[in-house]
Design a protein around this ligand. Structure first.
Ligand code: CTP
Length: 402
């Protein structure tokens, strides 16, 4: 899976640089085109000439050392790469990426690339456990970087513990396996809805709900990482997509979401409704701000259209997935929604469980397909859960095609 791929190997300055030589060799043996970019500190450990010989390509270190005057090297390499592997990744380079710092060629190129990035950290055991490093790694993970965890063992600094760069063979294996997974949705068009909707009462007031959109955004990004062409229809959220490989359509009301979902539905292969759509909206929208008065204020509400159900009624080839947030009889209610809305699968959140549902970064859920085969999705980050859900959708679509 790395054959003929363009791999940029970013080497930062730690004692494990010597292992990056073996990694360069393994990657070229696996058929990849490898270019190496070193930090100045990395070049103090091993001569760039070693990497040049192993990769059979010039080695990049200095942003201003332009080898071809027609090109800007760091942008050119950033665009050239299909995959970036940072090995060894020091606490410094991890911190720089997390902070958006671009003060040398490697950090600048990392900001410019759209490639999938794998980070293989190597550092002292206490550095690896430092809250700053942990926070920076979590930040990168949120942006879709993939980590290849260091092994535990004897470290060059004399300590024994976690921080040793993973073995080159293992790094190649992890990247290969991940790449194989990354193409499971190639050629598929995926439509995802995310976030809450907002139903206006008057110019300053509206009804909404606690959805943040995190699960839907994670699904859209994971689908794009799996090779799909993705459209995300999002209600009002504070979230930004980490890459620009997803088409984003912003909507506010349930009615606008209905229009947008129907607009893209026909061309889609997989449709996932992770949005928390308002079931009701005020029957009357006041054009002027309502002034307070004595006594109570009653607002009459009317039903919005059930977008998912309407899509279930007209679907042809689309694999349609809904979400359900339940507190009691979780599986039964989920199953009823699956059947009533003619879904191919439903993801059921038991929102009474700690860690599940709205707002947080984690989720725990059950995936139920239309054959009523259920899969427990244990507590994990919304990113991890998104990958699991898409893998199950891919499995069920393959079974249907048989
Ligand atoms: N949904 C929708 N349009 C609506 C309401 C919900 O498309 N107007 C979708 C959501 O995006 C989600 C699923 O339907 O995928 C949730 O099902 P729903 O029956 O609306 O759940 P609840 O609102 O929790 O319903 P209930 O009050 O019946 O439990």
């Amino acid at each position: 899976m790395v054959e003929n791929k363009n791999i940029l190997l970013g080497v930062s300055g730690g004692i494990a640089v010597y292992k990056a030589c073996a990694l360069t060799s393994k990657l070229t043996q696996a058929g990849a085109n490898v270019k190496v970019m070193m930090t100045e500190n990395a070049a103090k450990f091993v001569s760039p000439l070693t990497f040049q010989a192993l990769s059979r390509n010039p080695v990049y270190i200095d942003t201003f050392d332009e080898k071809d005057t027609k090109k800007i090297a760091h942008i050119d390499v950033a665009d050239w790469a299909d995959i970036v592997i940072i090995a060894p990744a020091t606490a410094n380079i991890i911190g720089k990426i997390a902070g958006g710092i671009a003060d040398d060629m490697l950090s600048t190129t990392l900001l410019a690339t759209q490639a999938s990035i794998y980070v293989a950290p190597a550092m002292n055991v206490h550095m690896y456990a430092h809250p700053a490093v942990i926070q920076n790694m979590q930040q990168l993970e949120k942006w879709g970087y993939h980590f290849i965890e260091p092994g535990a063992g004897y470290l060059a600094c004399g300590y024994v513990g976690k921080g040793r760069l993973e073995e080159p063979e293992q790094i190649v294996k992890v990247v290969q396996q991940h790449q194989a997974k990354s193409s499971i949705l190639t050629g598929k068009k995926v439509l995802v809805s995310a976030g809450p909707t907002r139903e206006q009462i008057d110019p300053v007031r509206f009804f909404t709900n606690r959805s943040t959109g995190k699960m839907g955004f994670a699904l859209a990004e994971a689908a794009a990482n799996f090779g799909a062409e993705v459209t995300l229809v999002s209600g009002p959220t504070n979230l930004e997509l980490s890459k620009n490989n997803v088409r984003r359509i912003d909507v506010t009301t349930a009615e606008e979401m209905y229009e947008a979902m129907n607009h893209y539905f026909l061309e889609s292969d997989i449709v996932i409704k992770a949005a928390a759509v308002a079931d009701y909206r005020p029957k009357q929208v006041f054009q002027e701000k309502m002034k307070k008065q004595e006594g109570t204020w009653q607002i009459e509400m009317e039903r919005t259209r059930d977008i998912l159900q309407s899509l279930g009624e007209v679907k042809t080839h689309q694999f349609l997935v809904g979400f359900a947030a339940e507190t009691t009889n979780v599986l039964d209610y989920g199953k009823n929604k699956l059947q009533k809305k003619q879904l191919d699968a439903i993801v059921i959140n038991d929102v009474s469980t700690e860690g599940a549902g709205f707002g947080g970064d984690m989720n725990v859920a059950t995936y139920l397909n239309k054959d009523l085969q259920s899969t427990e999705l244990a507590l994990s980050t919304k990113q991890e859960m998104a990958e699991k859900i898409l893998t199950l959708i891919h499995r069920d679509m393959k079974d249907e095609a048989k």
